[in-house]
Design a protein around this ligand. Structure first.
Ligand SMILES: [Zn+2]
Length: 286
């Protein structure tokens, strides 16, 4: 069998199994930490099933590097049957992402759209609903979405969540992150001098306007079910720690740690992958 075909099939099966296994893990209960810290933690929680799946894929790539092409021995056609459900889940995730890319979000009052060069778009009717202070607050909130490229992050987060379909725990992590994202952007705007009451007025004005929002855009109102708590939060004092500088270090440190893990996984696959693959596939590839 061609080495790359076997490798791709094994990556689909093992990656799919690991994603499903880790997706079932219950959501972490969030504490009262500053919103920026919670946003980092919930963002990482979205991705760790995918990081685990990529580690297994790296190990398989290491194993493939030690194999001749084509691989000797016979591989049962059963592995293609096993791979089929994971291919369907992956295909569904790709289709949903493509749909999101091809369809511009509509029905919003104010939102940040665009992946590489995000822009703030405001419905003309909303400018008539909001007073100057509320509009300034809404624009400040959306500017923080631009700064963090949130439409792209929402699109990627939706994709990795779809790869873990149909687990409700994965969907819960996604909706939790979306809610925390809005709180973090509120706090960031307020730390920049925006009054919480003005932002609350902007959110409520936008709710009156907004009909239905879909697609990978970062809106002002976020998840409707989180609105009551968010408005109460905006009308209270700015939470402690919200004005602290942005936390970028964990992302850099985590990325470096993951790269190191993947390099080690490739090395392990290269050095000792064959016995395990032989056992799993019940063949002798040597
Ligand atoms: Zn927002």
């Amino acid at each position: 069998m061609e080495r790359e075909s076997l490798l791709a099939t094994l990556i689909v099966i093992s990656g799919g199994l690991v994603l499903q296994l880790f997706a079932a893990w219950p959501s972490h209960r969030l504490d009262d930490s500053p919103s920026r810290r919670l946003e980092v933690l919930s963002w990482c929680a979205l991705w760790w099933p995918a990081a685990a799946a990529l580690t297994v894929a790296a190990w398989l790539c290491g194993w493939a590097l030690s194999q001749p092409d084509p691989v000797p021995g016979h591989v049962s056609g059963l592995i293609f049957v096993v791979a089929t459900p994971f291919l369907i889940i992956g295909g569904r995730a790709v289709l949903r992402s493509a749909w999101s890319l091809c369809h511009s979000p509509r029905g919003f009052g104010i939102a940040t759209v665009g992946f590489l060069h995000p822009q703030i778009v405001v419905a003309p009717e909303l400018e008539q609903i909001l007073d100057a202070r509320a509009l300034r607050a809404a624009l400040a909130h959306e500017r923080t979405h631009v700064l963090h490229r949130d439409p792209l992050r929402i699109w990627l987060a939706q994709f990795v969540t779809d790869l873990q379909w149909p687990w409700g725990t994965a969907q819960r992590r996604f909706t939790d992150w979306l809610a925390i994202l809005e709180l973090a952007r509120d706090d960031e705007a307020r730390a920049g001098g925006i009054d919480g009451a003005d932002l609350a007025a902007a959110v409520l004005g936008s709710v009156r306007f907004q009909i239905r929002m879909s697609g990978a855009a970062a809106t002002l109102i976020g998840r409707p079910e989180a609105l009551p708590g968010r408005i109460a939060r905006l009308l209270g004092p700015l939470p402690a720690g919200a004005a602290a500088p942005a936390i970028e270090t964990p992302y850099v440190a985590l990325t470096c740690a993951l790269l190191l893990v993947w390099v080690c996984a490739i090395g392990l696959g290269l050095a000792c992958g064959q016995p395990l693959i032989d056992t799993l596939l019940a063949i002798n590839l040597s």
